[in-house]
Design a protein around this ligand. Structure first.
Ligand code: NDP
Length: 454
């Protein structure tokens, strides 16, 4: 029998890769991992974690503004120091990098720093080193997609955002999805003037229609929103960027940020040469066991472009490692893609689990919708023009709650618990039987009694 250097070799130490490697090593597999850039991948370095830190910074400005209503007098005008925030963020991210590396080495995973590619059956080349492995996992994630308009090289992507050492006073954000809406809230909260240009009529495609309408209105209170807007070109204009919109108008900004989606990072990995097949968008095609068309080569996470969220990559990496090294097929070797909760850390926050109203209506005979829009208690004193929206979608025949959606403070924290309820098939009656916690926003979900008329 051929003796390989490794039982399992992982290319990419992001969320999915690290989880797979650690799980495999814990199950006794001789495991190696290669990483070209930074340990922890997009989420830890230029995604979820630093983004959330910036949203905290942005929220401080709201708290300062609201403080007078609660009796506080802030004596001197508060000053925000972007570079201090960046330094502190960098320090925390490099601490996390170290933690990720330690987690791998203490689990017994051998780390190879450098860019890896598949160089033959069971072979991976990292720089001038070649290693052999019985199983190879590709977990390299994705990268920003920016449409090829003239001057696009003058625009930033979300990676560049986290490297900004100075705050742009005026910024154009292009896109209407997760990153565009989140960074609009961050820039505006920190005091930049934000223009958001989106090609469609309403932000956050794919989310429930009421949430989209509510959010599209809410974001207008702190951004210049340009809907149905395309950008034709970007030019240098001194230290600024001049943007020409498709309607012929031009405007100048300190910075332009594109958040127009991400694509799988499948180039230069030796994939196609070694029998791995890719989809039209360059995603690795895998079967239900995450195996590619090349036997013994697997892929998980953003690179397979199924559900591009960190917790999904973690679940996929873990399921694969358990299936390969954990003995007989077990239920935990499968990933359930049903009822994946998600949150957008925008201002206001948005969170969701299950079906939108439109999805529910397309597959259930009769659907009841419960909806509540209210001013949160906190803002009864501040007078801030800030509302929350909560919505439940119920299949009337089975009484099952099939979708829950929220826009408002703490939506993400609230939705995690709602996701458990939906996982276990909770009915509307069971929600109604649940005692609320008063006074909270979350109690709305157990006190909604009257469906809206449709
Ligand atoms: P999204 O897919 O969320 O949004 C992309 C946006 O860009 C959409 O509004 C899309 O419009 C628009 N767009 C796409 N192509 C073009 C184009 N050629 N010209 C103009 N506009 C275009 O991607 P993001 O980049 O915001 O984020 C990438 C992914 O990362 C997310 O989908 C999500 O999976 C993940 N993510 C998750 C976060 C979280 O969990 N909180 C936070 C950030 C990212 P249209 O809708 O019309 O197609």
């Amino acid at each position: 029998m051929t003796q390989f250097d490794y039982d399992f070799f992982v290319i990419g130490a992001g969320s999915g890769g690290v989880r797979a490697a650690r799980t495999a090593a814990a199950l006794g597999a001789r495991t190696g991992i290669a990483e070209a850039r930074f340990f922890g991948g997009t989420c830890v370095n230029v995604g979820c974690i630093p983004k959330k830190l910036y949203t905290y910074a942005a929220h401080v400005s709201h708290d300062l503004a609201d403080s007078a209503a609660y009796g506080w007098q802030i004596a001197t005008p508060p000053v925000f120091d972007w570079s201090r925030l960046k330094q502190n963020k960098d320090k925390e991210i490099s601490r996390l990098n170290g933690i990720y590396k330690n987690l791998l080495s203490s689990a017994g995973v051998t780390i190879h720093e450098g860019r890896a590619r598949i160089s033959g059956p069971n072979r991976v080349t990292i720089g001038d080193r070649v290693v052999t492995a019985q199983h190879i996992l590709v977990a390299v994630g994705g990268q920003s997609f920016m449409p090829p308009i003239p001057g696009i090289e003058l625009a930033m992507d979300s990676d560049d955002f986290f490297e900004l050492t100075r705050q742009p006073q005026t910024v154009l954000i292009v896109g209407g999805g997760y990153i565009a809406t989140e960074l609009a809230g961050v820039f505006a909260g920190l005091g930049s003037e934000v223009t958001l240009a989106y090609r469609g009529p309403q932000l956050l495609n794919g989310f429930d229609q009421d949430i989209r309408a509510f959010f599209t209105d809410a974001i207008k209170t702190y951004t210049q929103l340009k809907l149905n807007t395309d950008i034709e070109r970007i030019d240098e204009s001194g230290n600024q960027k001049q943007v020409r919109f498709a309607d012929g108008s031009t405007q100048v900004f300190d910075a332009v940020l594109y958040a127009t989606g991400r694509v799988p990072a499948t180039a230069n990995l030796g994939l196609v040469d070694n029998g791995v097949t890719l989809s039209d968008v360059g995603a690795i095609i895998v079967d239900k066991h995450f195996e590619t068309a090349s036997p013994g080569v697997y892929a998980v996470g953003d690179v397979i472009d199924r559900v591009t969220l960190t917790p999904v990559a973690l679940a996929e990496g873990q399921a694969l490692a358990r299936r390969l090294f954990g003995g007989r097929e077990q239920p935990e070797h499968k990933v359930s893609y049903d009822l994946i909760p998600a949150a957008v850390f925008s201002d206001p926050q948005i969170a969701t689990v299950g079906m939108t109203e439109a999805e529910a209506r397309s597959c259930h005979r009769q659907v009841d919708v419960y909806r509540s829009r209210f001013r949160p208690l906190k803002h009864t004193l501040t007078g801030r023009d800030s509302f929350s929206l909560m919505k439940m979608v119920v299949d009337r025949d089975s009484d099952r709650v099939v979708g829950i959606h929220m826009a408002g403070a703490d939506a993400a924290e609230i939705m995690q618990g709602m996701a458990v309820a939906l996982q276990v098939g909770a009915t509307k009656t069971q929600f109604d039987q649940t005692i609320g916690i008063h006074p909270t926003a979350a109690e709305e979900f157990v006190t909604m009694r009257t469906p809206v008329d449709v």
